[in-house]
Write a protein that binds this ligand. Structure first.
Ligand SMILES: [Zn+2]
Length: 310
């Protein structure tokens, strides 16, 4: 056996090993997924709100799963958002954009990456939006921007706070400038929300990046984040190559961003509903347990002060 035959045989062996690896579709349809300690049953992960018990990793979830956790199952209403015409540029690269949309819709059972819902948290009526990373990487095109703006309009019409759970890599470049225009449009929509004095609360989820960070996602009155999630504009390697400096290992994590002032609070997925509703009751001056505690504290403090003054 000469060296050439040996090399070919070795190549065939490698091919066989590679073939044995599960395809993406097989992984999606399997009952198992993986985390720090290897395979983990999706059912077990689901029972724990898709958070790993061992390492605390907050796995990515769909919009419906997000609303199930935030509002409670069957306790919210999904709103139908406007649907602009697909693929305005007839984009084709290795696949056509129309095909990508078809696959994403089938996979996620969503029309676009964004979903808007209304419901109540601790008695407070809110409008909420979320992005599904499984829908073309959570990227934002015309339909997604329309959905975000529609959510704002609903919040204004019903005078409710707007809660948003962004995620995704940025604007959808299959729609080029049309997608980029979404950054300006969503920013202007959020301004309208603020003119109406309605709270806008953002909760970053993994990963929030690119045009999403550069527009509506960074404009919250209060910014929450799930532990460990990536919050970035440009990627770490791009920045490293530009500034020619070594960046810390936790660069662009929720914890790093919190330290630098762009995130107000990092909260575990199980606590988000409670923490967001507490903030809302303060912002809306609703009577809550916390408010009454504060009132007692204040009146206790005022009394001795008044005595000293007299
Ligand atoms: Zn883990």
């Amino acid at each position: 056996m000469n060296w050439l035959t040996k090399a070919i045989n070795f190549g065939e062996k490698i091919k066989k090993v590679l073939k044995k690896r599960a395809s993406r579709e097989e992984i999606d349809n399997s009952d198992w997924t993986s985390c720090c300690k290897g395979p983990i049953l999706k059912k077990d992960l689901e029972e724990n709100l898709w958070v790993c018990n061992s390492c605390g990793k907050h796995h990515r979830i769909s919009c419906r799963q997000r609303f199930d956790i935030f509002f409670g199952k069957n306790s919210y209403e999904i709103l139908e958002t406007p649907q602009p015409s697909d693929d305005p540029l007839n984009w084709v690269d290795t696949k056509s954009y129309k095909d990508r949309l078809k696959i994403a819709r089938k996979k996620t059972n969503q029309n676009c990456a964004v979903m808007i819902a209304k419901g109540r948290v601790n008695g407070i009526e809110v409008t909420a939006g979320a992005i599904n990373f499984e829908f073309i990487g959570g990227s934002c095109g015309a339909a997604e921007s329309e959905a975000i703006i529609y959510g704002v309009q609903q919040a204004i019409d019903n005078q409710t706070p707007y809660i948003f759970f962004p995620c995704g890599g940025g604007q959808r470049m299959f729609e080029s400038a049309i997608a980029l225009a979404g950054m300006t449009r969503t920013t202007l929509a959020i301004n309208e929300l603020k003119k109406n004095n309605l709270p806008y609360i953002v909760c970053f989820t993994d990963p929030t990046a690119g045009g999403i960070t550069a527009s509506f996602a960074m404009l919250g009155d209060i910014h929450f984040a799930e532990p460990g999630c990536l919050i970035a504009f440009a990627g770490k390697r791009v920045i490293q190559a530009t500034v020619k400096e070594d960046l810390s290992a936790d660069f662009q994590t929720a914890e790093f961003v919190e330290k630098h002032g762009f995130v107000d609070r990092i909260a575990h997925r199980k606590d988000l509903r409670k923490e967001i509703s507490t903030i809302l009751s303060i912002l809306l001056k609703k009577n809550s347990e916390l408010n009454s505690e504060n009132l007692n504290e204040t009146s206790n403090n005022i009394e001795p002060l008044a005595k000293t003054a007299s």
